[in-house]
Design a protein around this ligand. Structure first.
Ligand code: ADP
Ligand code: MG
Ligand code: MG
Length: 251
């Protein structure tokens, strides 16, 4: 589904290399987790995959179902089926949450040669998905993320994801700042989307999210590279011993 090979990325403004050759393949139907110390480049990887400005790819490749995504505009990446939930979801004053999601969905459908969804069908779809995430009507009507709590923003991101039904979902520290109940809701929303044809990359600082979203594969990123890959037990090892052992092993 997602194949990253030797990806090297510099900051555009500074002479600084952040990603030093990332290799990572996420198969359809699998959940891969990336853990790693602060500053290892996890968010940079998600930003670069989403097409955010400010980064320069100096080597390697990233493909979604065999298509080069690094050459695409951010909206083309979304239409191709890539979705990113960020650590800090943006607020969009003046744009209603429902309107935003319907516009995004219709843009995606158009790019895929499908008709627009009718207002009635869309309402039904949103209500159904929102219920799972315990998102009420009021939150659906308010401007996107404006005045939402941290937990509400994250739940809203998962709602957007559920509506868009992407092929590849990347979640960057979706658990940060969430209380246990909000984390369970977010996890439930993510787990409801797990299926054969869909891949997930879950970036998290703490193991606890992975108790709820059980990964198939766990990667450790350190200093701009994936330095270790294993099963769910790797996350437990990190929780117990920190990253010191892995850093020493790599050194
Ligand atoms: P992580 O998500 O693993 O904590 P990041 O990708 O946020 O790591 O950051 C990796 C490194 O790149 C850090 O040293 C960070 O300070 C640096 N970095 C990332 N973006 C910028 C930026 N726009 N300006 C300066 N430094 C940056
Ligand atoms: Mg960070
Ligand atoms: Mg980060």
């Amino acid at each position: 589904m997602l194949e990253i090979k030797g990806l090297k990325v510099d900051l555009e403004d500074e002479d600084k290399t952040i990603l030093k050759g990332v290799d990572l393949t996420v198969e359809a139907g699998k959940v891969h987790a990336i853990m790693g110390p602060n500053g290892s480049g996890k968010s940079t990887l998600s930003y670069v995959l989403s097409g955010r400005d400010g980064y320069e790819v100096t080597g390697g490749s990233a493909t979604l179902e065999g298509e080069d995504i690094l050459d695409m505009e951010p909206e083309e990446r979304a239409a191709a089926g890539l979705f990113l939930a960020f650590q800090y979801p943006v607020e969009i004053p003046g744009v209603g949450n429902m309107t935003f999601m319907r516009t995004a969905l219709n843009a995606q459908r158009k790019a895929r040669g499908q008709d627009e969804i009718s207002a009635a069908d869309f309402l039904k779809l949103v209500r159904e998905k929102a219920a799972t995430l315990e998102i009420d009507n009021d939150m659906l009507k308010r401007p996107v993320n404006v005045g939402f709590s941290g937990g509400e923003k994250k739940r809203n991101e998962i709602l957007q994801m559920a509506i868009l039904e992407p092929k590849m979902c990347i979640l960057d520290e979706t658990d940060s700042g969430l209380d246990v109940d909000a984390m369970k809701l977010v996890s439930k929303g993510v787990n409801a989307l797990r299926e054969e044809g869909r891949g997930f990359l879950v970036i998290t600082h703490y193991q606890r999210l992975l108790d709820h979203i059980k990964p198939d594969v766990v990667h450790i990123m350190s200093d701009g590279r994936i330095v270790k890959t294993g099963g769910p037990e790797l996350a437990l090892e990190v929780e117990k011993n920190g990253y010191a052992d892995i850093k020493a092993e790599v050194a």
